[in-house]
Structures are given as C-alpha cells and as structure tokens.
Write a protein that binds this ligand. Structure first.
Ligand SMILES: Nc1nc2c(ncn2[C@@H]2O[C@H](COP(=O)(O)OP(=O)(O)OP(=O)(O)O)[C@@H](O)[C@H]2O)c(=O)[nH]1
Ligand SMILES: [Mg+2]
Length: 427
C-alpha cells in the first residue's frame, strides 16, 4: 500500500526524477508544494501552513523533501509540521532497502543508513525526547544518548570490516582475471537507461530488467568473447544525481571496479528531453571522474526506437554527446538495433586485430600449442595436413610477439599475418 505524501520541491529541474524515486519508495504523491529557499531555521511559517493545509486537503500522512535536510532544519520542520518529514536521502535508502539483492548490497545499504543516522542522531534524539514522535530513542537521557550514538559507531565499524573482506575477495578475483588476459568492459549510466537490456543483448543472458529505478543493485557480470578478446562484461548499478559524498562512498564502492576497466560503455537514454540528457551526461562523466576512471568511453545512445523523426531528433543529441565523448553508437537494446555496430566499436577500442597463419610440425606439444593459441583467439580451427598442422586465427596485435616466440620454440612458424582492416578494404 502506497503512503500518501505531500512532496516539497525545491529543485524543479529534477522534479520528475524525484517523483519517480518517491513512487518507487512507496509514496503516492497527492500534492506538491514548491519551496524557493530554506530559511535559517528551515521553512517559513507560511510555508509550513501551506504544507499542513495541503496535507489535510489530500489526506497525506507523510511529507517528503526532494533535497537533503540539514539536521537543524529537520528538527525545526518536524516541530512546525508536527510530523517528521523524509528527505531525499531517506527516500533513496528506502528504495535500496526494498531492492537489495546481495550480501554486499545489504552491507552497503546498512552502512549508508547508519552513517546518515549517525550524522543526525543527536537531533533525532532531541526531537523524539520532546515526545512528538515515538521511536526507539524516545525518553532517553543524555547518558543513553551517548550509548545510542556509540552503538551506531560500533555497528559502522563492524560493517566496514565485513565490507573490507568482501573487497579483498573482489581484488583477488580481479587480479586472477587480469592474469588470464581478460579485458574488463563496464556498462555504466543512469538508472533505467537500459544498461541491463544492453548487457543482455551483448551476452544473450537473461538478467531482470524493469522500468523502476535500481533494478540492478549489485554489479553483475558475464564472460564473453569479443573478437580475439575474452571480456569480462560488467553490468552496474545506475547513477543518480545529487548523492551526498557519504552515499557515493557507500553505494558506489560496488562501482569501484570501474576504475580498472579497459573500456566503459556509457548508456544514455536518448528518448528523454534534451536538457535531461545533457544533465545526466554531465553527471555521469562527473561520477566516472570521481571513480578515477580515465580510460576510453563509448557513448551508447539507447532507446532510439522511441524517437519520432529519428534522424532529426538525433542531430542535436549527436552534437551534444560529441562535445564530451568521441565515440558514439545509437542503439535500441530492446530490439537489438545497432548492437553489431557497437561490437565493432568495442573491438576498435580494445586494440588492433590481426589475422595470423601458424604452421606447426607434428610432434610432442602440438595440442598444447593449439590450446595456447586458444587463449588468444576465439576462432582457432586447426587443419591437419601431411606436413603438419596449420591454424588461421585472429589475435590482438599486441600478442603477436609472445605467440611468435612460443610457436618458434616449438619448431613452428607464423607464415603470414595481415591486418584485418586492410583485408576488408581489399574486398
Ligand atoms: N523502448 C525501449 N525501451 C528500452 C530500451 N532499453 C531498455 N528499455 C526499457 O527501459 C527500462 C529500463 O531498462 P533496464 O535495462 O532495466 O535499465 P537499467 O539501466 O539496467 O536500469 P537500473 O538497473 O535500474 O539502473 C526497461 O523497461 C526496458 O525494457 C530500448 O532500447 N528501447
Ligand atoms: Mg540494470
């Protein structure tokens, strides 16, 4: 059952986004009050009256703010309204709580909640002690307040320790992937932009997709071949604007791995308004910077199937994206449009593909050599002739030297190699 709420909006630009978040957190927004600015103590008496009367008129049980409230503001507004409002952070935390799919995500959410609780503990305690709100801290004295405060701190420490263990496990995984020559490609972007749908289109996997925000809460991955590269394709949690730093730390530590990617696909929902696309694009790039990712980015302008007059509609979006990112592909992940072009761009971004012809004499180690080649290529098809084995396959040019050394040590040779791009031009 949705809770009826009055939404207090101070940032009209991102109002739509906030209303989606509110709905997802279980609120039915039955009235909206616009707030131009906060006063020193919170909101003016007039504003409080306006909110109260709207609440009465539409039967709202709750008030939600689209910004983060300072503890003092929260305290005073609660007093003014006779009810404790929820702010943007709590709304997001509620969504995350409702969707948490993994142990690590659980821990992240708990940590973020506790850190937020800690920041506001003293104020909350004071509010509750005034008897206006029943709750776990009602009626506590100063001594108990300290205990409550310290307990939160202890809980935070214990969760941080558990998260460190999880992180160490992920580090070990990552290093073993790197040793095996995997390339890591991370699919990033705003929530609901179509990351998981793209992930599915690229992998053929079936992961849950949905119109509600944060369908993917923890990072999911799959291993696939793209050209001669074994890739570790990662589907990530959606970006969101205006996250306070402590939340970025908590939730986005699952995004830390992005830093180690060889390539980032930044998915952008191009069916949204130009201004929204721009804001989300800039925010996404900002988040990637905060995550210390400095590598290659391919922009994926997704959901083109929703555009009328596609060519015209895409023109301004193309120029906008070109201001920030060199490589862009337009797709409809839902219908599989543009996926082949994207795969070609991914290949160009990952390196230079060349085709080689290896010949090996029969003898000990020929199968080992074939297995060796399979580490560098997905299309190793040996042909057995009277004089030995020949294998034609595509590899990353970077690996040519080490393959050559290995093959020559086993009495074989590489009898020709050519650039794939040069061949396709000849045809
Ligand atoms: N029309 C259309 N809808 C799409 C396309 N790609 C994704 N969608 C829809 O957009 C919604 C969100 O897609 P998801 O793939 O779950 O998006 P996401 O970015 O993974 O979302 P989060 O995991 O919540 O961050 C779903 O309803 C998809 O069916 C597309 O190319 N065209
Ligand atoms: Mg997803």
């Amino acid at each position: 059952m949705a809770t009826k709420a009055v939404a207090v909006i101070s940032n009209r630009d991102s109002m739509e986004e906030f209303l989606v978040l509110a709905r997802e957190a279980g609120y039915e927004v039955c009235g909206i009050v616009y707030l131009r600015r906060f006063t020193r103590y919170g909101i003016s008496e007039d504003k409080a009256r306006e909110i109260r009367s709207l609440m009465e008129r539409c039967g709202a049980e709750s008030v939600i703010f689209d910004t983060q409230l300072k503890p003092r503001h929260l305290f005073n507004i609660s007093k003014e309204l006779g009810i404790e409002p929820k702010d943007r952070i709590e709304i997001i935390l509620e969504i995350f709580k409702a969707h948490s799919p993994s142990k690590e995500a659980d821990l992240q959410i708990k940590l973020a909640s506790l850190q937020y609780e800690l920041a506001r503990a003293r104020e909350r305690v004071r509010i509750r002690r005034m008897g206006e709100q029943p709750g776990i801290t009602s009626g506590l004295g100063e001594y108990e307040v300290d205990i409550y405060y310290n307990e939160i701190k202890r809980n935070i420490q214990s969760i941080k320790r558990k998260l460190m263990e999880e992180r160490r496990r992920r580090d070990i995984h990552r290093m073993s992937r790197e040793k095996k020559g995997f390339k890591t490609i991370s699919i990033t972007g705003y929530y609901s932009s179509g990351k998981t749908t793209l992930f599915n289109a690229l992998t053929g996997a079936m992961c849950p997709v949905g119109p509600e925000p944060f369908t993917t809460l923890s990072t999911k991955f799959s291993t696939i071949w793209i050209g001669p590269w074994k890739c570790y394709l990662v589907d990530t949690i959606g970006f969101i604007s205006d996250l306070p730093p402590f939340m970025i730390m908590a939730f986005y530590s699952t995004l830390e791995e992005i830093k180690f990617s060889d390539l980032v696909l930044l998915v952008i929902d191009v069916s949204e308004d130009y201004d929204v696309i721009k804001r989300k694009l800039v925010t996404s790039l900002d988040i990637l910077k905060k995550l210390e990712y400095n590598g290659k980015i391919i922009a994926v302008g997704n959901k083109v199937d929703l555009l009328n007059n596609r060519e015209d509609a895409l023109k301004p979006i193309k120029s906008l994206i070109a201001e920030y990112i060199d490589d862009v592909v337009f797709t409809s992940s839902k219908y599989g449009w543009g996926i082949d072009e994207l795969v070609d761009k991914i290949k160009s971004a990952l390196g230079n593909i060349i085709s080689i012809r290896v010949s090996l004499p029969y003898g000990d180690g020929v199968y080992e050599a074939i297995d060796f080649l399979k580490r560098f290529s997905n299309n190793v098809n040996p042909v057995y002739t009277d004089n030995g084995v020949t294998v034609e396959c595509e590899i990353d040019e970077e690996n040519l030297e080490s393959i050559k050394n290995y093959i020559e040590k086993r009495g074989g040779n590489i009898i020709g190699h050519f650039n794939i791009k040069a061949i396709s031009q000849d045809y």
